[in-house]
Ligand binder design. Structure first.
Ligand SMILES: [Zn+2]
Ligand SMILES: [Zn+2]
Ligand SMILES: [Zn+2]
Length: 462
């Protein structure tokens, strides 16, 4: 039996065969490999160079094309990211540049890079409301039937074609109904109304009634067969001051007004005893709320962040417009089995300990630490509105937080029903989970019923 000898590397207690030692210079295999890895790493660090593909390029279209270009991986190259996000570059496009990007997208679609082409079209539609009227027939021809928002500006001919095709195209019926919902003109509204009155044969093969598809595009049929909008406009981006991820035009408008977001309340949730949080407290006279009928000077959307992630949480207003827990709130099935007392949502920069302090404590008595914590975060509302569908495609990672605008549903559209009057509540805004909590996920959605002066908050995550 050959006697094993210790590895020569300091701190290693492996023993190896003399034959191995002869090959490795006395090192065990793990040590040898580790040393080779380290040497390789040193080589890369010494020889890696930064490559700035954007150097000297100022044309936004060129910049976007470079962003979409596939990169070959090379460990000796570190690509310098562009100084602005893709969203910011899109927002900076002139009308002419938007058309240039549209042509580019169609070329990609024709040359088999359908996914990139579709993404580009989606950004152009959501961020600029660019009509794809001329492109819609070709998209349909190529069986690009999703996302339906791409068809929102389809021609009357295309609409009529889709209204015919929905009867026969079993495979794409779901998508066609959503496309029609986005078109949503008077003719479409009439058809959805007819389908509601007397469901067509194919209706029984859908998961939901045909008229429920209109919710995906942000509207519903009234009892009289009219179109009723389910989200308020205009849409204003909400962002944290000092955040690097502020979209283009909005960054230039950092003078946008400060807004009160994510402020803890002095009252506590009766289900889990966490303090309520005011997700958004906005003066009703702000242009973002010009279409909202609200009796009080402020629209204060409070909720329990823990409980609203399980179930819709409704709030009513007291005589002075302060939110109070609604008598209509119903615990979801199985809620009592969840140990909610153990749960809290640590709102970034506030922390649950500060939440306990609450805002009832007078300024003078407030602990130094708590004051510092509360002053840590500042939020702004953009000074200019953005497109109503800007934040609507969650998967495209737009800046999500907004007041007004079509919701960015993570899952299917899900507008709560007002428990007092049974009307569908209108979406009034949404906050990105990332804004609320470190590593936060999902989206908190805010709703209002104007006749009842009630608010609601729900939550979706992937
Ligand atoms: Zn070793
Ligand atoms: Zn709660
Ligand atoms: Zn109501």
């Amino acid at each position: 039996m050959t006697e094993r000898i210790p590895c020569v590397r300091e701190g290693c207690d492996h023993v190896i065969l003399p034959a191995t030692a002869a090959k490795t210079g006395g090192y065990c295999m793990p040590c040898k490999q580790e040393m080779e890895r380290e040497a390789h790493q040193r080589y890369i660090e010494a020889n890696r160079r930064d490559v700035d593909l954007y150097e000297g390029i100022t044309d936004a279209v060129q910049i976007l094309k470079i962003m979409y270009e596939p990169r070959t991986y090379d460990e000796l190259i570190r690509y310098v990211p562009y100084k602005n996000s893709m969203e910011q570059v899109y927002l900076s496009l002139s009308t002419e540049q938007q058309h240039e990007m549209k042509q580019y997208a169609m070329e990609l679609i024709r040359s088999d890079d359908e996914d990139t082409g579709k993404d580009i079209l989606l950004y152009l539609v959501c961020y600029h409301d660019l009509p794809l009227t001329a492109e819609n027939p070709e998209l349909l021809e190529r069986e690009i039937v999703y996302p339906g928002v791409l068809f929102k500006s389809a021609s009357g001919d295309m609409r009529d074609h889709l209204l015919q095709r929905v009867n026969t195209d079993e495979e794409n019926r779901n998508h066609i109904l959503i496309m029609l919902a986005y078109i949503g003109d008077e003719v479409v509204v009439q058809h959805f109304w007819q389908w509601k009155q007397s469901p067509p044969d194919w209706a029984s093969r859908l998961y939901v009634a045909p008229e429920r598809y209109t919710l995906q595009a942000g509207w519903e049929l009234t009892e009289e067969g009219q179109r009723r909008e389910l989200f308020i406009t205009p849409s204003y981006s909400l962002y944290e001051t000092g955040e690097s991820n502020v979209a283009g035009r909005e960054r230039e408008n950092l003078d946008g007004a400060p807004i009160s977001l994510l402020v803890p309340s002095s009252t506590h949730c009766p289900w889990c005893s966490n303090p309520f949080i005011s997700l958004m407290n906005l003066q009703v006279k702000h242009p973002a709320l010009h279409s909202v009928y609200w009796k009080f000077s402020h629209l204060d959307v409070q909720t329990c962040l823990v409980c609203s992630s399980y179930s819709v949480v409704h709030m009513e207003m007291d005589a002075t417009g302060n939110p109070i827990w609604s008598r209509y709130n119903v615990k979801p099935d199985g809620f009592d089995d969840i140990d909610v007392e153990e749960m809290s949502v640590d709102v970034l920069g506030i922390g649950s300990s500060t939440l306990e302090v609450g805002s009832l404590v007078g300024e003078g008595e407030r602990a130094e630490g708590a004051r510092e914590q509360e002053q840590r975060r500042l939020f702004h509302i953009a000074s200019e509105p953005r497109q109503p569908f800007h934040g609507s495609e969650w998967a495209m990672e737009p800046s999500i937080s907004q007041v007004g605008g079509h919701p960015g549903w993570v899952q299917d559209a899900d507008y709560p029903v007002c428990p007092a009057c049974s009307a569908t509540m209108k979406a009034i805004g949404q906050l990105d989970g990332e804004m609320i909590q470190e590593n936060g996920e999902g989206v908190y959605y805010m709703f209002a019923c104007e006749p009842c002066q009630m608010t609601a908050v729900s939550y979706q995550q992937s």
